[in-house]
Design a protein around this ligand. Structure first.
Ligand SMILES: [Cu+2]
Length: 679
């Protein structure tokens, strides 16, 4: 266990060498026109298959119970509190193998959320979040029903689901070491308390993120402010019209790339952990699809879901299109561009106007990026076949401003409390950040951090990639940031919106302005070239405190066996569990006091210890936080007595719920040492 990642890497190499997958040496790949071993005649051809979009998943259940609890503190039952929400949408998602027909007449085994590649789209309607600050919570139950071992690579497909773009609590953030093994499940809770945006959920399990995502574990998740979209008049997914089967004018575009073995299965070759470059481009899991569109404006939520391939998107007619949103939501002003460079994990929402293209075809092409391995058809992405009639002119505009700017875009860099530097490089065969890897974090028992920052503070981070051989898309979890500069010059036009991934190109230095809001605890920072991330270009930082209420691994570990029906995620049940724990603790304290009285000579009456009972779970609300130690501890329960008593949005959330937890002198029988899982 001393050097887990090194051992694992060696094991992986050995297991890969045993398959046909490792076959191609670097030089051969450079000169090849294809990467796949599949017979050329069988290979999918561009623009033959029809475009599809992943389905929008309906919640398994919804409720309108307001609250602010996100599970319970281990050992105490005390609720973990956070942002207030107006109700919850519950989703059950099963990670399982599926057969996909990417090649005509051949079934390729992939892994999908609910068996879909990409997985189903989640859409959360935020009730005019921008105006009211109110949102709904989502509980997403992730059930790992993957095989005990990967069929050809032989690794154990543990998973950790990251909702990329969400300010989730650390225990629900898809921390690399927070692993759900096959046969286990976990309820992830998402606050959705941020600006409307395109997010995506994907696997983040340590050392196998690249393979798990390659197998298909990726999907989009939209936070939607419906009223704002209607007011802006932009093309939008209209759920009412969708119900009636009417045409839609907004679609996800999840772009990825794969290559095939001789028998049409996914082939793995990341060239010694440099990165996997497939020769087949998929859009929403379909090779180079053709999409029928009407001659009007369409909005596309573009996500680069590739492991290593960057794209420079452009239209075959050279016409401009508009970028209306970045990773963190709408730009203040849309930007008109003719090319758009998108690194892995970046999201850009674009609007393409097909009005002048009646009855024609136009292709979305990939101009490539430096150092990418390009093959015969990797310069193509998809095709649009433009019809002649327009069904609806609703949402057919792009206004000159798209609402108020995201707060991080108006922050004054002069308010920065610190400037930190991050060097991304390859050193002795390892991908490192400031000379360190995730292995250093693991060896420190997850204590080591790149930085500790103050909650609600602002900092400048300068990220340098001095190599000439590769780029690194750097992702900082939890926060949105602003790109201040690229090599001392202004950022690209499409970067003039809130971001959570930044393309750090060859020989480039970018300066970022970050504001640390929403949550406290430890969050990952890593390269989103997933082979780089897995080996081992990842570190973490800490915002404010770290304790058992927000431990990435131990606060909410997965459960083995049959998944619950969301009882453990029900706010009422969390409070009930807390009240039960309080009662038990009071009883234990009382018993201890009685025993003490029996074994000691009678003490003069002081009143202490006599108020321990009869006050559990009633009276004061959770915001007082006046719990003390000693014999009177149980007289100040910190739990809200009902969901209605939860703090309002204007009240500061209780940040250290453990300090508000009564701590009777004799530890309750239910208290156990935190469960520590190491890999
Ligand atoms: Cu990288």
């Amino acid at each position: 266990m001393d050097t887990p990642s090194l051992n694992r890497r060696d094991v992986l190499k050995v297991s890969l060498a045993g398959t046909a997958a490792m076959a191609l040496p670097y030089q051969a790949v450079l000169s090849a026109r294809t990467a796949s071993e599949l017979d050329t005649k069988k290979m999918p051809r561009p623009y033959v298959a029809a475009f599809t979009a992943p389905p929008v998943l309906a919640p398994y259940r919804s409720d309108d119970k307001p609250g602010n609890s996100y599970g319970a503190v281990p050992g105490t039952g005390a609720p973990v509190v956070g942002a207030a929400y107006t109700g919850t949408d519950y989703y059950k998602i099963e990670q399982k193998p599926t057969q996909v027909e990417l090649i005509k007449g051949i079934k390729t085994t992939m892994w999908g959320y609910n068996g879909l590649v990409p997985g189903p789209t989640i859409r959360v309607y935020q009730d005019s979040y921008v105006n009211t600050g109110q949102s709904r919570r989502v509980v997403m139950q992730q059930i790992n029903n993957l095989p005990a071992k990967h069929p050809t690579m032989g690794y154990v497909p543990w998973t950790s689901t990251h909702l990329h773009g969400s300010p989730s609590k650390p225990q629900f953030d898809g921390y690399a070491g927070d692993l759900t093994d096959p046969g286990e499940w976990k309820n992830y809770m998402y606050p959705n308390n941020c600006s409307p945006r395109t997010l995506w959920y994907h696997d983040h399990g340590v050392h196998h993120t690249a393979q798990n995502v390659y197998m298909g574990l990726a999907a989009q998740y939209h936070l939607v402010d419906e009223r704002l979209e209607r007011d802006l008049g932009i093309p939008r997914y209209d759920r009412e019209k969708a119900r009636l089967g009417r045409p839609q004018y907004e679609f996800p575009l999840v772009i990825s790339d794969v290559m095939f073995t001789r028998n049409g299965q996914l082939m793995w070759d990341d060239d010694g952990e440099s990165g996997l470059y497939g020769d087949v481009i998929l859009v929403n899991g379909v090779p180079w699809p053709t999409m029928k569109v009407e001659p009007r404006k369409y909005r596309f939520r573009v996500l680069n879901g590739s492991l290593a391939r960057g794209y420079t998107l452009k239209l075959s007619n050279g016409k401009p299109f508009q970028v209306i949103a970045t990773d963190g939501g709408f730009m203040h002003e849309p930007q008109t561009v003719t090319t758009l460079t998108i690194g892995m994990a970046e999201r850009y929402e674009i609007v393409i106007d097909f009005a002048d293209l009646k009855g024609t075809r136009v292709q979305l092409l990939n101009g490539g990026v430096k150092n990418a391995r390009d093959y015969d058809h990797t310069g193509k992405v998809m095709q649009f076949e433009v019809g002649t009639t327009v069904t609806s002119t609703d949402g057919n505009t792009v206004p000159s401003t798209l609402g108020a700017p995201h707060p991080v875009m108006t922050l004054d860099p002069a308010t920065s409390k610190a400037t930190r530097r991050m060097r991304l490089e390859r050193s002795n065969g390892l991908w490192v950040i400031n000379g360190e890897t995730w292995d250093d974090v693991v060896k420190s028992r997850y204590e080591h951090v790149f930085a500790t920052v103050e909650p609600r503070s602002t900092e400048i981070w300068e990220v340098e990639n001095s190599s000439g051989g590769w780029f690194h898309p750097l992702h900082v979890h939890l926060v949105d940031f602003r790109v201040l500069s690229r090599n001392g010059r202004p950022p690209r036009p499409e970067e003039l919106g809130p971001k959570d991934v930044v393309y750090v190109g060859e020989g480039e230095t970018v300066r970022l302005l970050l504001h640390f809001e929403h949550e406290e605890g430890r969050y990952m920072i890593h390269c989103h070239n997933l082979s780089h991330e897995d080996h081992d270009m990842m570190t973490q930082y800490q915002v404010g405190h770290h304790d058992i209420d927000c431990d990435s691994i131990n606060t909410c570990p997965p459960t083995r066996g049959t998944p619950d029906d969301f009882e453990s995620a029900d706010p009422d049940e969390v409070l009930k569990a807390y009240e039960k724990a309080l009662k038990e603790q009071a009883e234990v304290a009382e018993e201890a006091a009685e025993q003490l009285a029996e074994t000691s000579p009678p003490a003069p009456p002081t009143g202490t210890g006599t108020t321990a009972t009869g006050t559990t779970g009633t009276g004061t609300t959770g915001t007082t936080g006046t719990a003390t130690t000693g014999t009177t501890a149980t007289t100040t329960p910190a739990a809200p007595s009902s969901p209605a008593a939860a703090p309002t949005t204007s009240a500061p959330p209780a940040r250290r719920s453990t300090t508000a937890t009564p701590t009777p002198t004799p530890a309750p029988a239910t208290t156990t040492a935190p469960r520590r899982r190491t890999r």
